[in-house]
Design a protein around this ligand. Structure first.
Ligand code: 15L
Length: 268
């Protein structure tokens, strides 16, 4: 890998992973609609995901992509459609046209957010999106499958829980991932010789995880951080949160509660 492209590099995850990627690959190409001041070993190319020609330009000469650019929470349909559906298509198509071999797709726990918290799910479960955002990421995972099977791109989907220095609350004790563990997974996607199309969960070594992350471990993932080390602060943080009787039943939390109508008992 000589040159790795990071889309959405000005966003929250982009800012956390930049210092950890610097020096790992000779050139990190950062892209976003928002201007970024590159550090040594980085270059910046602005682009709008909705503009296929611009996305082709940023994919030129790139060996691998970490695709973070997207609407990253629930929103109205229009931005989700533009940024995640059209933008996702443009990214995979531009990568294919430019001969870029590897895509690490930042997907989300909200693809499977309507699984109940009593369930432990692995990478093979059916999608159960909890939001338009979750649906758009399920679309992105399906796009990756097609580009892997039809065109031979190598795709790693990381269903990210919540990236932060520490788990923010009790729910995050199950889904938290530290920036360095996330970068370890990203590097597996860019470098592991056996990746064709894989789904892994982007979580640290969390005793309360709702995921069987065996597929990530099979690919060599060895998380360095443990949510449980922060259990008391995270549990205490819940005291400040409003009760959420619907969200508390499901892995996706508050994303499930938004716009929810009817009987929650229909969700088994
Ligand atoms: C996500 O997918 C979001 O990008 C992030 O902001 C958090 O809301 C996270 O999920 C979560 O579920 O906590």
């Amino acid at each position: 890998m000589d040159r790795v492209l990071v889309t959405g590099a000005a966003g929250g995850i982009g800012r956390m992973i930049r210092p950890l990627l610097r020096g790992v690959y000779p050139v990190i190409r950062l892209s976003d609609v928002v201007a970024i001041e590159p550090e040594p070993g980085e270059e910046f190319m602005p682009a709008d995901l909705a503009d296929l020609a611009a996305i082709e330009r940023i994919c030129a000469g790139v060996d691998g992509v970490i695709h973070l650019g997207a609407s990253s929470v629930e929103d109205r349909w229009e931005p989700i459609l533009t940024n995640n559906i059209v933008g996702g298509y443009n990214l995979f198509e531009a990568a294919r046209r430019q001969g870029c071999q590897r895509i690490v797709f930042a997907t989300t726990n909200h693809v499977v957010g309507f699984y109940r918290r009593q369930r432990t799910i692995d990478h093979t479960v059916m999608p159960r999106p909890d939001s338009r955002y979750g649906v758009s990421k399920a679309f992105g995972e399906a796009l990756g499958r097609m580009y892997a099977d039809k065109y031979g791109l190598r795709v790693l989907n990381i269903r990210i829980g919540n990236v932060a220095e520490r788990p923010a609350d009790r729910r995050r004790l199950s889904i938290w991932v530290s920036p360095r563990d996330l970068v370890q997974l990203m590097r597996i996607g860019l470098e592991h010789p056996d990746v064709h199309f894989e789904v892994v969960y982007g979580v640290s070594d969390n005793a309360r995880a709702w995921y069987d992350n065996g597929n990530a471990f099979r690919l060599g993932y060895a998380p360095a951080d443990r949510a449980e080390d922060h259990a008391s602060e995270a549990t205490e943080a819940d005291l400040a949160l409003a009760p959420d009787p619907i969200g508390e039943q499901f892995q996706g939390g508050g994303f499930c509660t938004m716009e929810f109508t009817g009987d929650v008992g229909r969700i088994k």
